[in-house]
Design a protein around this ligand. Structure first.
Ligand code: ATP
Ligand code: MG
Length: 778
């Protein structure tokens, strides 16, 4: 049976599947079947009798892991696949940390702080330390701490490292070490880990406890890692430690798709793999199955521009397919309208589903103009990333109560809901509690439990309110022991007054919030049912909360409804769609303005572009706007250099669909004007005429238009068509200011982009853009 599946792989793909043991690395370009090989490899190992319990697969998203598992289940059977350990680094090691937490002094029900929680905690520490929050910007401080953690620089290591301290002092943050120490201390006291801790603490666990290491080494005899190029140092060390005994490790990756250096990913992990293990087998896959020839070759031509790269071949036997379409618009609003219009048309013309389209952008802020346009066209869409469902205010309020039920020490949860809905516990009281908690090295909740015995100068009314709160949370805990998560959540939302509070509000937003809480309840119900179905799990609240804490929005994609996908390019890694729009192809946006300082940063942006383009199976679009709202003001922009970097033969330039109020000036390297005096071009008389037809009516053939750059937005407005649109025909004899007399032998393009091929008596055939060429018909 296995043979049937193996034969669905090409020969190069079969080799790593058939190699059972030993370290191996598969380095291959986008769409060459790396993920497919990993999946088949796991199924094959199981076919050879390897126990599912002994296999660990680490993926980029939990969604990817679920899909892999499903595919494997199809081959080996659901029951067999059930026991595979698959997921992201964070989810897999959170699970391990829970069962080993006591060794590190954490409760097994530790909370996982999300970024919001971490930022709030850091702000509060900065305030308590009376530091300037404009110098110690909480988000910046967190990202610094995060990078320390991912490099395994603990507080102790930091304090032993004068260089790092000096570095922080130079950037005006001499007390960063103290903030770091306080932050770690507070998390510990609250029984909480942040995302980076999940990796850092796993390393600590494996380093400090040889018996624990031995246990997991013995358990995970076969380890598989997808997207290996984006592992950071902390992840790298975990994989190394776990695979050290059996050395059955298979990693797959593409150096050309390394896009997380800014978050500590280390490309050297892939480059040094051969050195890290003995007798490494290296496999290369070269055939791309995902995309058309045009896309594959265009992507190759881009990545060629990078100096730091491994030499790789990527080719495809697929059709050439349509060229990559490039679209220019005046504003970001128009860009959105073009994209929505194009999706609409393609759906009509080719019977496509919404889910076959993706819109990818560099920054989340760009989604707005796309959303507006899609809504106007009634095209359903879904935004991935950004503010996740679980971070919405009303949802997080409910979740924070639930977090307290599981772990009452959770300080961030407590501070969030202690006085919401309002129950007369003011800020001053909370501050006093925090100071006391820090003083006694206890959690706030513990201080509240003993409020009678501590003198905080609180009046008896306040004390009673605090005690009521404690009693309420404890009563929830009792319910949690006897009832399922659905019952409990329902009880919590009623008992705390959350739902009444929203009902009182009565505004449409308030109603939408109640509906969201209902969606949450529905989700909990589904989760419980699903859990019960799987492996007799209880469907307990703690299991649900674990899922929530680690969910990215991408992970919650049920895939049930048919929607256009909107997401950042970073999130699109590993995915594929028939139609892909890469929008906002503008200098300073993509490549990002922040990446222009060094070659390596620019090369990372270029890899990001490579990732974006290689998501497309059939048709890719690159769109840019000449102006867009950024940081609250209208900003002029130029087309991204990345468009220029693609070989012309792969591109097709579309006329602007709404070419109002702008014209073009040639760039210096232009040749379609011959050696015309360029200074005169801008003086060319504004031309008038009928607007160009709507896109799609007229094929655009010339690739030369790409070299035309729009005049800045304040240029005097002129109409979008051309005097000669109506007048000039093939066979006309014309006189040109500089080239003299000639005959029109061909016409192409429409409106602003209409061109004439003219055979001049002296100088031969030239192609001229009519809107600039000063011609007289004789
Ligand atoms: P990326 O680098 O983007 O993660 P990848 O190398 O992981 O890409 P896959 O996602 O595994 O590539 O495969 C790309 C597409 O090609 C998938 O749709 C996959 O099913 C298909 N594919 C891979 N190998 C074959 C094959 N031998 N025959 C048919 N289709 C294949
Ligand atoms: Mg992949």
């Amino acid at each position: 049976m296995m043979q049937k599946y193996i034969s669905q792989l090409n020969e190069a793909q079969q080799q790593p599947v058939l190699q059972k043991d030993g370290p191996m690395i598969i380095i291959a370009g986008a769409g060459s079947g790396k993920t497919r090989v990993l999946t088949m490899r796991i199924a094959y190992l199981m076919g050879l009798g390897v126990d599912a319990f002994n296999i660990l697969a680490l993926t980029f998203t939990n969604k990817a892991a679920r899909e892999m598992k499903k595919r494997i289940a199809d081959i080996v059977g659901t029951n067999e696949a059930k026991n595979l350990w698959m997921g992201t680094f964070h989810s897999v090691f959170a699970r391990i940390l829970r069962s080993e937490a006591d060794k590190l002094g954490f409760p097994s029900n530790f909370t996982i702080y999300d970024t919001q929680d971490s930022v709030r905690l850091i702000s509060s520490i900065i305030k308590e330390m009376q530091l300037d929050k404009d110098v110690y910007k909480p988000k910046q401080v967190l990202s610094r701490i995060s990078s320390y953690k991912n490099s395994l620089i603990t507080v102790k290591a930091y304090l032993n490292n004068p260089e790092l301290q000096e570095q922080d002092a130079m950037s005006k943050k001499p007390r960063l070490g103290e903030v770091y120490a306080n932050y770690v201390d507070r998390c510990f006291k609250a029984g909480a880990m942040d995302f980076d801790d999940l990796l850092l603490k796993t390393n600590e666990l494996l380093n400090r406890f040889p018996d624990v290491l031995a246990k997991y080494q013995d358990r995970f005899r076969y380890i598989m890692v997808d997207e290996y190029q984006d592992t950071n140092h902390s992840q790298y060390l975990i994989v190394r430690a776990l695979s050290d005994r059996f050395q059955n490790i298979c990693v797959v990756g593409d150096d050309a798709q390394s896009i997380y250096a800014f978050r500590g990913a280390n490309i050297n992990n892939i480059l040094n793999f051969q050195k890290d293990y003995d007798n490494v087998q290296t496999y290369r896959l070269e055939q791309n199955y995902r995309s058309t020839k045009n896309i594959v070759e265009a992507a190759n031509s881009i990545i060629d521009k990078n100096k730091t790269k491994l030499d790789k071949i990527v080719w495809t036997a697929n059709d050439f397919g349509p060229k990559i379409k490039v679209h220019r618009s005046v504003t970001d609003g128009e860009e959105g309208r073009f994209v929505a219009g194009e999706i609409f048309e393609q759906k009509m013309r080719n019977q496509m589903l919404n889910g076959q389209f993706a819109i990818l952008y560099r920054t989340n802020a760009q989604s707005r103009s796309m959303e507006d346009a899609l809504r106007k066209r009634d095209i359903p869409y879904r935004i991935y990333g950004g503010l996740s469902f679980y971070q919405r205010k009303e949802i997080k309020d409910v979740l924070c109560y639930l977090r307290l039920v599981i772990n009452p020490k959770d300080e961030e949860a407590l501070i969030r809901v202690i006085n919401y809905p309002a129950r007369g516990i003011g800020d001053t009281t909370v501050e006093k509690l925090t100071v006391a908690a820090n003083h006694y090295k206890r959690s706030i909740f513990e201080v509240m439990e003993h409020i009678d015995k501590i003198d905080l100068k609180l009046n008896s009314g306040t004390k009673a309110k605090l005690q009521d709160f404690v009693t309420m949370i404890k009563s929830f805990q009792v319910i949690n022991e006897n009832q399922d998560a659905f019952y409990l959540t329902d009880h919590v939302t009623k008992k705390t007054g959350l739902v009444q509070e929203l009902k009182k509000d009565g505004t449409p937003e308030g109603i939408a919030r109640i509906e969201n809480i209902e969606v949450l309840m529905g989700g909990i119900k589904d989760f419980i049912e699903g859990q019960k179905e799987i492996d007799g799990a209880r469907g307990a609240l703690s299991e649900f909360m674990e899922d929530v804490a680690l969910a990215t929005d991408l992970d919650n994609d049920t895939g049930d409804d048919d929607r256009v996908a909107l997401m950042t390019i970073h999130l699109a890694k590993g995915l594929e769609f028939p139609y892909v729009f890469v929008v906002g192809m503008e200098e300073d946006l993509f490549p990002s303005a922040m990446s222009l300082n060094t070659r390596s940063e620019l090369e990372e942006e270029r890899r990001l572009f490579y990732v974006a383009l290689t998501r497309a199976e059939h048709q890719a679009y690159l769109t840019y706007a000449q102006s867009r709202y950024r940081w609250g003001k209208l900003t002029d922009s130029e087309p991204s250099r990345f468009i220029e970097e693609i070989k012309e033969e792969y591109l097709e330039y579309i006329n602007p669909s709404d070419a109002g109020g702008y014209r073009y000036k040639p760039m210096m390297d232009i040749d379609i004007f011959g050696d015309i005096d360029k200074s005169k071009l801008r003086l060319a008389k504004p031309v008038t005429g009928t607007p160009p037809k709507k896109y799609g009516d007229e094929p655009v053939s010339s690739a030369n238009i790409r070299k035309l750059k729009p005049v800045s937005n304040n240029a005097p407005s002129n109409s979008n068509s051309n005097l000669f649109d109506n007048k000039l025909t093939i066979g006309n004899v014309v006189v040109h200011e500089r080239f003299g007399k000639g005959e029109v032998i061909n016409l192409e393009g429409v409106g602003a982009d209409k061109k004439a091929e003219i055979r001049f008596d002296v100088g031969g055939i030239k192609k001229l853009l009519l809107r600039f060429a000063k011609l007289d018909v004789i």
